[in-house]
Design a protein around this ligand. Structure first.
Ligand code: ADP
Length: 479
């Protein structure tokens, strides 16, 4: 079976979050299971040189983006047996950031059109194209509505994975003629229309053969008005082809026993290294080096979705305790600013690091005692799983993938792999946090048991990749 995995980001080349991690790890796991898988990505020039120099050009052609004739190069890099195809066009992909530009509609229209045209110019003939999020969600639509006459494409099946329903690619109404060189029929009949504009994700949901999201709970949640961001009606309509498949984490890159980015490796059988990482983290960030003080970590996009306004509401009260907080993240300027001012006011209690830094992230996962993830909504969340693998207990709002992955501490049975709260309020977050800190101080025996429970959980891609494999098989057999 041949699968083309299409994504806008992919670790270790470039990533902004969970999508990049999934695109980095899932294809590797599917390849281990015998699938002939290739990955297609934009050639973002910010990719490290070490990868750029290994790329070879395998095709060049032009892509019609509406009336525009755009150059397209295809570069290939083979890494650990997987072919990565990069779609090269400097005008679209030579940018500081991956997303957030005024012409994103055009950039990802080009990317989607180029993916399809690439298939006519390279050897790889996929049975399944697996697209991810709105950036590539137009591919299933284009195959069925623009290229339906192309014999070679007719048998191709498509899977769309929704990593976050908030980001939909909602653009203006005239896009089908302007960017895709098509008539407006599929806008006028509602197939791509949402709130009087073209919506890439909606088109993907309607046209893909299967749609999945990244945790079972989120798959249920997005069918409701509270979590669906307007697409819940469409998802209810299409629920027969919707499923939830829990993400895994990359077990090679997130292994406390071998991780090169932390000070000292450790394992379930010998946790002594964890304390040394805590000291190294405190030292590196100029916090008092004290192993007995409970240290809470944050590694995240700093947005309202991630719930950091709850943290900010209660931060003064929290920092009045004998605690430490280490934050690493970037995002909303207002949230960044508020954390920075706390950093200035309480330099011996909180270290605020507004940047993207993979090494520091790993040291926080390894060195912290607790990990805050109070997300308002969370499709799956990887950070809480990474934290647990490093024996750092997450405190989570019990929604989406957080609910599916963290077993909240139960006072009576003394079991759990972290701490949870169900009401989305700063009071509940702080109540849960203070109970966790109380346990840390008063009952180290139970605490150590919770660390072990967390580290024992299996968050590898082993199981979930099999579910994807079964999904591919199912749609190919349906014919
Ligand atoms: P999302 O995809 O919504 O941002 P996830 O929890 O699914 O959230 O994935 C976040 C990933 O990005 C994790 O691997 C996390 O370690 C990483 N990450 C987030 N912010 C930073 C940062 N500032 N520096 C380094 N890594 C980060």
């Amino acid at each position: 079976m041949k699968v083309l995995f299409a994504s806008a980001e992919c670790a270790p080349f470039f990533k902004t979050g969970g999508l990049g991690d999934v695109a980095g790890a899932l294809p590797k796991e599917l390849a281990k299971k015998g699938i002939n898988i290739a990955v297609v990505l934009p050639y973002f020039t910010k990719m490290p040189d070490i990868y750029k120099i290994q790329c070879e050009e395998v095709a060049t052609f032009s892509v019609e983006v509406g009336w525009r004739h755009q150059y397209c190069g295809v570069k290939r890099l083979i890494l650990k047996g997987i072919s990565y195809y990069f779609i090269d066009n400097l005008y679209y992909f030579d940018r500081e950031q991956l997303y957030g530009y005024e012409d994103d509609a055009e950039r990802f229209a080009f990317f989607s059109l180029a993916i399809i045209k690439m298939l006519e110019n390279i050897e790889f003939r996929p049975d399944v194209i697996h697209v991810n999020d709105f950036h590539t969600a137009m591919v299933p639509f284009l195959l069925k509505e623009k290229y339906q006459a192309v014999e070679n494409f007719r048998a191709i099946k498509t899977v769309l994975t929704i990593h976050n329903i908030e980001f939909q690619g909602a653009y203006s109404k005239d896009l089908l003629p302007d960017l895709f060189g098509m008539g407006s029929e599929r806008f006028n009949d509602g197939a791509t229309r949402f709130r009087d504009g073209v919506n890439y994700l909606k088109a993907g949901i309607l046209y893909a053969d299967r749609v999945n999201t990244v945790s079972p709970t989120y798959a249920e949640e997005i069918k409701t008005a509270e979590f669906g961001f307007g697409l819940d009606g469409i998802l209810r309509l299409e629920q027969g082809k919707l499923s939830g498949i829990l993400n895994g984490i990359d077990y090679e890159m997130n292994d406390p026993e071998t991780d090169q980015l932390i000070l000292e490796n450790f394992s379930l059988n010998d946790l002594s290294g964890k304390q040394k990482n805590k000291q190294a983290l405190q030292k590196k960030l100029n916090l008092p080096v004290r192993t007995e003080v409970p240290l809470v970590g944050i590694v995240s996009r700093l947005t309202f979705q991630k719930g950091f306004h709850l943290v900010l509401d209660e931060l003064t009260n929290f920092l009045e305790q004998d605690v430490q907080l280490v934050l690493l993240g970037t995002g909303d300027p207002g949230i960044e600013h508020s954390f920075r001012s706390f950093g200035e006011r309480y330099p011996d209690k909180i270290s605020v690091n507004i940047k993207f830094d993979v090494s520091l992230a790993q040291l926080i996962y390894a060195g912290a005692d607790l990990f805050w993830m109070p997300s308002a909504t969370e499709p799956c969340g990887l950070s809480q799983m990474i934290a647990m693998r490093y024996g750092t207990l997450p405190i989570v709002h019990e929604v989406g993938g957080l609910k599916d992955t963290v077993l909240p501490y139960d006072l009576t049975t003394k079991t759990g792999t972290g701490f949870g709260f169900s009401e989305f309020s700063s009071y509940s977050l702080m109540y849960s946090t203070l109970s966790a800190i109380d346990l840390y101080r008063k009952d180290q025996q139970t605490w150590q048991q919770l660390i072990k429970n967390a580290m024992k959980k299996d968050f590898s891609w082993e199981k979930s990749s099999q579910v994807y494999l079964d999904l591919y098989k199912e749609i190919i057999q349906v014919g």
